[in-house]
Design a binder for this molecule. Structure first.
Ligand code: NDP
Length: 441
């Protein structure tokens, strides 16, 4: 039998593309060698958010003790939490599998490699299709020389117990999220980052404020730093030699980006080219250099976020099997870093807008949220809007607040739909909230 579509990889993007194709009557098979749901469900967004929630308890307790609560002794049962998290992930794996079977998609377990442009092999099986979608995702980049001492974000979700000290390499999403999560759980954190500003692609004002807040919560951020050597002293004790100093640690987490999963696909046999960074070359409609083979998500390394892979998968299958061009706006992709407080953004920063020769200005406000009224700390909330001068359109929103992730979703709708600052001003504020400051800004 020749399938209409074979999807390689049952992560969020792969499953969405398979489901949409099947709903339009295509004969679809999906290949997966690991757990269903890919990185996001198994070792990414989902367990990370559970880690984030478990870490917020201490923050909330601290805050409510300032209201007069006499907060008693409390202790996290880490093993119990990990077990609950695993059960939840298993439940989601099952849901993903059900989506596939309910939609009459053939599941083939194993790893695929191309034999030619219409044929793949999975183990001993040879399978043919008219079209393919490669949705194999990515894996953590690990510095080879230190691989025996360091852990990746794949391992962190099975951490057997909380260490006293953790060192985190990198200054991106994963490094900052886990630094805040484990710091909130009482682990002493050192971040080792090669640059001079964490989260360097985000708005400078919000990242600098986050950096300050993190330092106040005793996270040590070593900027312009790199590792020269790591020595294992004994089990769970390491000494690290940095370019400027030496530090001792019990656990090293590497979060220095991810690399596309293309290694065993034999892409050349299907005439699929790759970019210098190892990602698959794809055009604006996610077609590879072979017109019958598409690629989506982290494997094409274009804004590596789960909802991007899902949208791309949906787009490809609507186009191929329903002749419909789904609308998307990939210029204004809302995104959130689940730090404490959260950092979220959509659209352009002032600097990026100016580089694009857009005449614009910014409005900003900074304050202590009402929830923290009784805390000694200063401002914990920062909002910034970037506005195009001629049209008055809000072309960027940059936020630091406890619920920035929730807020940026709706701000994303406003930026995508071209709302102006006048639209913000004519909307009646909701009082008393933090977000009303976006209206009165
Ligand atoms: P990021 O790209 O966010 O950050 C990588 C960090 O590692 C950067 O600070 C980078 O430095 C540094 N780095 C890269 N190469 C090296 C190197 N050779 N030596 C030292 N440092 C290096 O990647 P992450 O690993 O944090 O996350 C992977 C992906 O997962 C991201 O693309 C992100 O989109 C996604 N993700 C999304 C989340 C969310 O939506 N909340 C959460 C977690 C991950 P420099 O800045 O100098 O380049």
């Amino acid at each position: 039998m020749i399938y209409d579509l074979i999807v390689i990889g049952a992560g969020s993007g792969g499953v969405r593309s398979a489901r949409i194709a099947s709903s339009h009557g295509a004969k679809v098979a999906i290949i997966e060698g690991n757990k269903f749901g890919g990185t996001c469900v198994n070792v990414g967004c989902v367990p990370k958010k559970l880690f984030y929630y478990v870490s917020q308890f201490n923050k909330d307790m601290e805050n409510y003790s300032s209201y007069g609560w006499d907060v008693g002794f409390s202790k996290l049962n880490w093993k119990k939490f990990i077990k609950k998290k695993d059960n939840e992930i298993n439940r989601l794996n099952g849901i993903y599998r059900n989506i596939l079977t309910k939609n009459k998609i053939t599941i083939i377990e194993g790893y695929a490699s191309f034999i030619d442009k219409n044929t793949i092999k999975v183990g001993k099986k040879i399978i043919k299709a008219k079209k393919f979608i490669i949705a194999t995702g990515s894996k953590p980049r690990i510095a080879e020389e230190f691989k025996n001492y360091i852990h990746s974000s794949d391992d962190i979700f099975q951490l057997p117990q909380l260490p006293k000290k953790m060192t985190i390499l990198g200054g991106g999403y994963i490094a900052i999220e886990f630094a805040c999560i484990f710091s909130n759980l009482g682990v002493k954190i050192d971040i080792i980052y090669r640059g001079d500003r964490i989260l360097k692609d985000f708005d400078k004002d919000i990242t600098e404020r986050l950096q300050e807040i993190m330092k106040k919560s005793k996270i040590k951020i070593h900027l312009n730093s790199h590792i020269k050597d790591i020595k294992k002293i004994d089990k769970n004790n390491y000494e690290m030699e940095l370019n400027k100093k030496r530090i001792k640690t019990n656990y090293i987490l590497s979060a220095i980006g991810r690399i596309p999963n293309v290694q065993n696909l034999d892409l050349n046999k299907a005439k699929i080219q790759i970019n210098d960074d190892g990602s698959i070359k794809a055009n604006r409609v996610f077609q590879t250099t072979n017109e019958d083979i598409y690629a989506l998500g982290d494997v094409i390394n274009y804004i590596n976020l789960t909802p991007m892979a899902i949208r791309q998968g949906h787009y490809i299958s609507e186009k191929l099997f329903n002749k419909k061009n789904l609308q998307y706006d990939f210029k204004n992709v809302p995104t959130a870093v689940f730090s404490s407080p959260q950092l979220a953004t959509v659209g352009l920063t002032l600097e990026a807008a100016k580089l694009n020769r857009i005449d614009c200005y910014e409005l900003k406000t900074e304050f202590k949220s009402m929830k923290k009224s009784f805390r000694k700390e200063n401002n914990d909330t920062f909002y910034k809007l970037v506005i195009e001068k001629n049209t008055k359109k809000v072309i960027g929103a940059h936020i630091l607040s406890d619920d920035a992730g929730e807020l940026i979703q709706l701000l994303g709708v406003l930026v995508v739909s071209g709302a102006t600052i006048d639209d913000f001003k004519k909307t009646v504020a909701v009082h008393p909230t933090s977000s009303e400051e976006l209206i009165t800004i």
